[in-house]
Write a protein that binds this ligand. Sequence first.
Ligand code: ATP
Length: 941
Amino acid sequence: MAWDATGLDPRLLRALSKRGFEQPTPVQGEAIPRALEGRDIVARARTGSGKTLAYLLPALHRVLSAGKGRAGWQALVLVPTRELCEQVREEAAAVATACGGELSATAIAGDGPLRAAAATAGQLVVTTPAKAAQALREGVLTPRMLEERLQVLVLDEADLLLSYGYEEDVAALAPQIPRSCQCMLMSATSSDDVDRLTKLVLHNPLTLNLLGAATSGDQAGAAAAAAAGGAAAEIEHFRIDMPPGCASGGPAAETAEKLLHLLALLKLNLVQRKVLIFVNDAEAGMRARLFLEAFGVRAALLNAELPLNSRHHILQEFNKGLFDYLIATDDVHGAAADGAAASGGGKQQRRKGGGGKDKGGKRKKDEEFGVTRGIDFKGVRTVINFDMPSSTQGYVHRVGRTGRAGQSGAAISLLAPSDAALAAELEAMLQTSSSSGEEGTDAERQQAAAAAAAAAGDDSDSGSDDEEGGSGRGRGGAAAGLQPHPRLTKKGVEGLRYRAEDVARSITKNVIKEARAKELKNELLNSQRLAAFFEEHPQDLNLLKHDKPLAATGAAAAAAHLKHIPAYLRDPTLQGRSFVGNTGRGVLPARKRRKTEGLDPVKGFVRAPRKGGDANEEETELEKAAAQWGKKHRKKAGKAARAAEFAPKQNVRKNRGRKRGVVVQQQSFGAKWSGGRGRVVSRPPVGCKPNVCTKNGVSNGCLTAKGGKQYACVDLGHGVIDATECTDGSVCDPEKLFCVTQPDNSPCAGRADGCYHFSHHDGMCIGGQQSLCPNLGPCNAAGTACEQPAQDNACTQNKVTNGCLVTPDGEFACTTKGSGHTQATECLAGTTCDMATLTCVPEQPDDGPCAGRADGCYHFSHHDGMCTGGQQSLCPDLGSCNADGTACEGSEDDPNAKCAGKRDGCYTGHNVTYYTCRNGTAADCPAGTHCSSAALDATCV
Ligand SMILES: Nc1ncnc2c1ncn2[C@@H]1O[C@H](COP(=O)(O)OP(=O)(O)OP(=O)(O)O)[C@@H](O)[C@H]1O
């Protein structure tokens, strides 16, 4: 179906074409025409199938049809979480903006004053049921208002609304909904909750069931999927069973096994990036992060502990492709709700477990925060369930973060023995849905699961010992259901076991606790104090990166040698194209391959027996492999052996008689290393002559010039110097003594066509995002670089070098600065940068909290309020932040309005008003004053 055939207002059609949505998805194709007829609609469609536009477009159409005479809110969208409020608002705002500014959307989600928010709201309001019910209680919404204004009501993510504990709220609202109001209900799963909600709110609805549309190959589905992303959307479901024996070791052993398998998947490039890893609590998330970090795999965390700003920011960065691995904690409510759903608990139970109110009836803080459910993570190719959700419904929502908008994806579940029951349910669900195209109701699923569990019998462990078939092989052999992971072999996993277990052991509860505190502190700092600073200093945004290393010491700190998996530890069958599914980023880039190929496996290892152990007992596969390698490469092995001579004496003594060049034990495994066996050798290290490193006593990451080139000299201990520390195109800076990125190493080297390079990225087309291809054609197929320059155009003529893009409409693109900030400097006068589309759009009437204020109030593009994080410096001229931290108190007649007209840098203190010196310059200081210091918060004196 084409958009034209949906009957939508031409303004909306134009907006869709501007946004590049060529065809409706199946759910849009089915739901929109019927909704335009005015009927109540229940639509069930798989995750990522475009349900949001399926209801937004008819809702906006209806508002547009009502004409300008009807101002204020007319359509109400209820979603379960604050994050979703913002996401849906952004989607609506993107369409509304492209429509020409007649429409606007507002999210009412924070703790701010409801009355003011409702009074200034746009035509479409997105909120949670709790907020709507509160508005009713407080008289902000009255039955009369609803009768007069409300034209459309939408219950989005309906399967989650009740499990998040909103039943009472919806029940309070339902009787007040006018008969003339059109109601729509959207859901990604079918459940009894959805049926209950339908009966509660909708009148004689038309039910559209498209749960099987994207995979059933029906024409509409295929066409839309093709329009949305090429191939029909498919999610492949894989399982990796932990060895049954690990159950006897308790949760710690299970976790260690899962970490090992996770490492194997990521480190051996067996999964396609981007990767979203789900854990069940924040501690597990931090453990996984520290563990991966120790092996040089940098991941960011997303959980409900983090400040809202940070979460929003992390999401934006991940969506833009600024990092590849995100460890998300399925929020408490989701987990609790799953639990309630899984246990078949009644409504009251759910209310308590999943999102109830406290005794006073006040919703608990963070009640409506959902970190992942329903969130439109862009471009996720793999979801890994490190911990399993507690229900099939939870699974559907989690894996639905991949395979979105017509893309394909893979879901991999690490199954501990204790997950057997859920695994059987999942098998049943997936089999049912593949045969019928639907997931069935709760009862049907439970029945099928019981049958599957009985059929599975005792063979739950059959795959784990399979030599070549990979963990989990032999399980779930049917075409549908959870398949064993085809690329992960036992050999591949075992090659990493020793290192992984060592590191896993070193990540103790205390280490995690400290890292969590540090992370929280970083994020609070990021989200509050530095927000304004970084707005002005994008080059320093590196400091805000969410996947920065956390562990400073111990095994959790990334030791250089752990970052590389030597060839002899890899399973040779895993070479080449590695991840399951599509081509692209899973294969190690050629530059990195060159670096690792042929590396001396002895590097990073030293003669040293395991504490208290017999030296010969250490003669492992690794030793044999390395000894063989040593024969072939005598020269290098001899060098390594010389290095071994610098090993601590007692170790050398114990190893007397052993073959030279034999690798005995990796020397630098954090806890062991700092536990006393290892010590930094004071003699001049082998490999580097006495130099600036030794002179300065720098033992780690020290750099020196060698043969004109610069190297990082990392002291791996025992006199072994590793000069390969500077990776990813960076080189050593001999003055700063660390690796720095040089423009010459970037893909822009030698190009004078506006190509530019992010400090922390290799390419311009980050995540295939074409707006990062200034003046150049589109991104190349791999999404790593821009194609040849397009012909001369407005960008080249104007010599705009950054983020400039000429569209058929003659618009300029604005570019992101990598932290959720947009740069509107490429936009022509009178236009501003639109976050969602990254294009310059006509400046909108400000619908922010500063709208209509001429008192110096200003509004960050990416923040809802002036008092971001309660930061008073964002309150120019106005008193302090209000109690909610969302807006500035005070008014236009503030007697201390010395900052009036000063948009930046003006700071109102508790009792005084003075100017700050941004970036140590006195630009914002009044004439005749200068900065007191170079500090961020210096004052003009
Ligand atoms: N017609 C279309 N063509 C191409 N992409 C589309 C189209 N409609 C929506 N999309 C994109 O598909 C992605 C998923 O859409 P959306 O978030 O609405 O899915 P959903 O069904 O609501 O998922 P979930 O159930 O997980 O919330 C979004 O990035 C959206 O921009």
